[in-house]
Design a protein around this ligand. Structure first.
Ligand code: FNR
Length: 367
């Protein structure tokens, strides 16, 4: 369908499913195991209802915000997703350009298809970007990546902490198997990377299984970028992160691709924020959430529950893969239009007016 017939972010997914190459679709869309967590990420938002306010002058609505000191036109960012060229020949640069034209922050993945420098070069001079780090077992390699990211102006270091090993994504494995069967066997396989089990397994060998809390001091010593732990799933670890002095956490289960039956970020947020309030810790850390965010209503629920911003992954990959730059820009515009409308309907004119009194969370699993 032509782009003007795309009305929401789910529409991009539908088009992607029917038009993308099989292995790209499999890598992007898959979750781990039985994909229960993947599904729950989306469903969790449906357990929260709004408590709007009436008779507020909502003529002028402002949804700009600041995340890790970076100005953003919206309270969401493009989260890191590996292997952009499985969806578009320009890979992550499509996301970079679209972010530049819409004032959206992009988190650049370690395992991007384009080189890091290519992606940074595709940004406008004043465009803020963050860097997502997979920690390599060779710390010299890791240190080089981090120092280079800072030198190139990255405004945040997101250390992925939920992937000591990559989850088992069977859709991806199956698709890779079929691709292999159809093509000539890959002779280049040097034995170091086992490519027979899909894209996810192939990149798993890069990641350090030994990463632990003590390492955070070392990261602090090699960079001045704000440090954010991406993949926190418990209140206990959130409190530990604060005591380690990191600047932020992302409550995330990696888009349902890692530990099956991990809770969704929004559920954990609803548990965590009252505890941070009670202990007077809300100013100590910026809390982000990702996974299953598809509508501005999802974003506004997370903001009301205390998130500084939310990360969105797959929808932008699908928009990029189906309609390129115009698709991603359209996805941003759809969310901006939805933000404006829903803030008006909620009776708020800026994000800081939202709080837990605007949401009914009694439907959440922990209530
Ligand atoms: C990811 N994610 C991810 N996270 C990360 O820290 N490093 C990475 O390289 C990747 N790669 C990646 C690839 C693909 C195809 C997906 C779908 C996801 C996880 C990502 O940052 C984020 O946590 C989720 O994508 C959020 O869920 P939604 O918005 O995709 O539902």
């Amino acid at each position: 369908p032509p782009l003007h017939q795309i009305y929401n972010l789910m529409d991009f997914e539908y088009v992607a499913r029917h038009t993308m190459e099989a292995n790209g679709w499999a890598y992007y869309s898959s979750g781990c195991d039985d994909e229960i967590t993947l599904r729950e990420n989306h469903y969790a938002y449906q357990r929260i209802y709004f408590i709007p306010r009436i008779l507020v002058n909502v003529t002028n609505v402002d949804f700009t915000t600041t995340m890790l000191g970076c100005k953003s036109s919206v309270p969401f960012y493009v989260t890191a997703t590996a292997l952009g060229k499985l969806g578009h020949q320009d890979g992550e640069k499509v996301l970079t350009r679209s972010c530049g034209s819409h004032g959206v922050i992009q988190m650049i993945p370690t395992l991007a298809s384009c080189s890091f420098d290519e992606i940074v070069d595709a940004a406008l001079p004043d465009q803020d970007q963050w860097f997502q780090l997979y920690v390599n077992s060779n710390r010299k390699v890791t240190e080089k990546l981090v120092r280079h990211a800072e030198a190139r102006g990255m405004k945040g270091l997101f250390i992925t902490v939920d992937a000591p090993q990559l989850g088992r994504r069977e859709k991806d494995m199956r698709s890779k198997y079929l691709a292999d069967a159809a093509e000539v066997q890959d002779e280049e396989n040097d034995g170091e990377i086992d490519r027979s089990q899909g894209a996810a397994r192939a990149i798993s060998s890069f990641i350090d299984t030994g990463l632990c809390w003590e390492d955070l001091k070392w990261f602090r010593s090699i960079t001045n970028m704000p440090i954010v732990l991406k993949g926190v799933l418990s209140t206990e670890d959130a409190l530990k992160a604060i005591s380690c002095g990191v600047q932020g956490i992302v409550l995330s289960n990696h888009g349902g691709r890692q530990l099956e039956f991990s809770r969704s970020g929004i559920e954990i947020l609803a548990d965590l924020m009252p505890i941070l309030h009670k202990r007077g810790l809300t100013d100590k850390i910026e809390v982000f959430v990702d996974g299953g965010v598809r509508r501005a209503t999802d974003i506004l629920k997370a903001i009301a529950l205390g998130a500084k911003g939310v990360g969105i992954g797959r929808p932008f990959l699908y928009a990029m893969s189906t309609y390129g730059d115009n698709g991603v820009k359209k996805a941003f515009q759809i969310l901006k239009d939805e933000l404006l409308m829903n803030m008006r309907l909620l009776g708020v004119t800026s994000l800081d007016q939202l709080n837990e009194d605007y949401v009914d969370t009694r439907g959440l699993l922990n209530r």
